[in-house]
Design a protein around this ligand. Structure first.
Ligand code: SAH
Length: 246
């Protein structure tokens, strides 16, 4: 089985945390991460977990989404709402296929939003993909634990239909490595005058994140790109550089 972490962001009702833990355990998943839960631990969470207490007890709590996914190589954000910038999107079934293809060695996070307002655009920016559960478009917001159930069911179904494969070169960049790259890229684009107004930055960076997110960069590729950025920032440094990359 791949290492899939279910991440719940700022859940307000502790009962939903319990129901999500139950949903996960029924499908064979145990890694639960909670980002700034409103109330946890809580008797209502334990009651709704209905025996998935081990999942609740093992839940890790983080202050920010960034921290909860820092070591992950593939991050999938779920949302009930279409966004302005179309993001590479998946159905739960396509997500299961992708997770299966990426294999048993990488860390995957699937992120679920707040009951009231879901995930922010900034949080979705941290994700490689956006997952939408096809449903009635005029009433598209499922209960968060129901959404966890559907997504983990598809992952489980894919695993029983045929075993997970292992990606040959699994050293994909982690979320934290990607974030450092994006920060470096943004700084360089400012330094070389490509970004010249505060207004232009966020939408350009969002498009660039989408571009690199589609490719799924490896750690070595991030190192090469950052080397290029460093030379662009300081061309003198590049002059004496031996071309060791072919
Ligand atoms: N009112 C919120 C929806 C919150 S539902 C909004 O407009 O975004 C709580 C969470 O459940 C969502 O953040 C998402 O993670 C998940 N969810 C609910 N319905 C979904 C759907 N149709 N597709 C994907 N995720 C969904």
């Amino acid at each position: 089985m791949p290492q899939v972490r279910i991440v719940l962001v700022e859940t307000s009702h502790p009962g939903n945390i319990g129901s999500a833990a139950r949903a996960m355990k029924t499908m064979g998943f145990h890694q639960l991460a909670l980002v700034a839960p409103r109330q946890f631990p809580h008797p209502e969470a334990t009651a709704r977990a209905a025996g998935a207490d081990d999942v609740l007890e093992g839940a890790k709590i983080y202050a920010t989404l960034q921290e909860a996914i820092a070591d992950c190589h593939l991050v999938i954000g779920t949302s009930a709402r279409p966004r302005k910038v179309p993001w590479p999107s998946l159905t739960p079934r396509q997500c299961a296929e992708l997770v299966k293809k990426e294999g048993a060695l990488i860390k995957i996070a699937i992120v679920f939003g707040r009951e009231r307002c879901g995930l922010t655009n900034q949080e979705l920016d941290l994700c490689h993909y956006w997952l939408f559960i096809p449903c009635n478009l005029s009433f598209s917001s499922l209960n968060v634990a129901a959404a966890v159930q559907i997504v983990t069911y598809e992952l489980h179904l894919a695993s029983v239909e045929s075993p997970w494969s292992v990606l040959s070169d699994s050293r994909l960049a982690t979320q934290a490595e990607l974030e450092s790259f994006y920060a470096h890229l943004k700084q360089t684009l400012e330094d070389i005058g490509f970004i010249h107004s505060a207004k232009q930055g966020p939408s350009l960076m969002r498009r660039l994140r989408r571009l690199f997110g589609r490719i799924r960069l490896e750690k070595k590729e991030v190192d090469i790109l950052r080397g290029i950025l460093s030379c662009a920032q300081n061309p003198d440094r590049g002059k004496n550089r031996v071309q060791e990359i072919d």
